[in-house]
Design a protein around this ligand. Structure first.
Ligand code: ADE
Ligand code: ZN
Length: 326
């Protein structure tokens, strides 16, 4: 079979996905209408034509604006359910997804509304579609430490639904060190930690994520390649990188998929995984990310299989759960 068919058929795992980044324009218009919320654009096509970004911040501005129409628990359910039914058609068997509570609580939506809708859809996905999941609460790094602490406190009653905490949003100028105390507290409460680092920010931010936030994975991490000592550390400790090829292309982290440094990362012993980040905005879910990178770099089926195995290894599934999926 062709590499494309091979990719479509192989059971896959996603480790870097923002649920707010799966908000497709059609659903956005539908939910906006029922909530009597305005969208700046009058048609789906007009909205889609605004999806052209020169950097992370230009994307974030549009991404947060899109999330504004989410009000009711059912909206968060519908958003999550739409993602799950989509990736079910792509043979996704497990997903570890981020949600950004502050994007909603800052607009007066309660934490409970957000998590109840998302959790109910995730449970339905597990029962009806066979997709297992972990949920990761991600703090917005452009907001202050106090806001992150408040969010962590709101999450404590829902501990059993949340496996870990992460860090996303505007990277440059908001280093991991800003959230060291929040992450220390989160770890004390039993959460696993991850952080976006080295997407636009420097290698130094990856060091901080490892040393101060004690992360088990780095989200993106592209810029680790600028620091040989850091690469050696990540390789020695097998700290996974959750790479997002189409996201990197759309946000100009790289200018050509053909130049994606995946071969170099693999050569250096890094545990790399392929993910979609914000598929509704970047032109592709898991299959499109795998196919994009496979075509650009001429990857073999064996190499694709290795990447999928890396995702199993990097996931938070127990060994027993992994066995059931293979
Ligand atoms: N929030 C959603 N997608 C993100 C990304 N790629 N980087 C930082 N924050 C994000
Ligand atoms: Zn991300």
């Amino acid at each position: 079979v062709s590499i494309e068919k091979f990719i479509e058929g192989i059971p896959k795992i996603e480790l870097h996905l923002h649920i707010e980044g799966t908000f497709e324009p059609e659903l956005m218009f539908k939910i906006a209408k029922r909530n009597n919320k305005e969208i700046k654009y009058s048609t789906v096509d007009e909205l889609k034509s605004a999806y052209s970004f020169n950097n992370l911040q230009e994307f974030l501005d549009i991404y947060y604006a899109g999330a504004n129409v989410l009000i009711e628990e059912q909206d968060f359910y519908d958003l999550t359910w739409a993602y799950l039914t989509k990736v079910h058609t792509q043979n996704l068997v497990h997903t570890e997804i981020f949600f950004d509570p502050q994007t909603h609580t800052d607009r007066g939506i309660s934490f409970d509304t957000v998590i109840k809708g998302i959790h109910r859809a995730l449970e339905d996905g597990r029962e009806k579609l066979g997709i297992t999941y972990k949920l990761i609460l991600s703090f917005l790094r452009h907001l202050d430490e106090a806001s992150a602490f408040e969010t962590l406190h709101q999450a404590l009653p829902y501990k059993k639904w949340i496996s870990g905490v992460g860090l996303d949003s505007s990277e440059v100028g908001n280093p991991p060190s800003k959230f060291e105390r929040v992450f220390t507290k989160a770890k004390e409460e039993g959460f696993i930690t991850v952080a976006h680092a080295g997407e636009e920010g420097p290698a130094e931010y990856i060091w901080e994520a490892v040393n101060l936030l004690k992360v088990t994975r780095i989200d993106h991490g592209n810029r680790c390649l600028e620091d040989d000592r850091l690469v050696k550390l990540l390789a020695d400790l097998q700290i996974p990188l959750t790479l997002c090829p189409l996201s990197n292309l759309e946000l100009k982290v790289i200018d050509d998929l053909k130049k994606y440094p995946l071969p170099e990362m693999i050569d250096k012993g890094l545990l790399v995984t392929i993910n979609s980040d914000d598929p509704a905005y970047f032109g592709g879910y898991m299959n499109e990310n795998y196919i994009g990178i496979a075509q650009a770099l001429n990857l073999s089926k064996k190499q694709i299989t290795e990447l999928v195995k890396n995702s199993f290894k990097a996931s938070w599934l127990s060994d027993k759960e992994k066995e059931k999926k293979i």
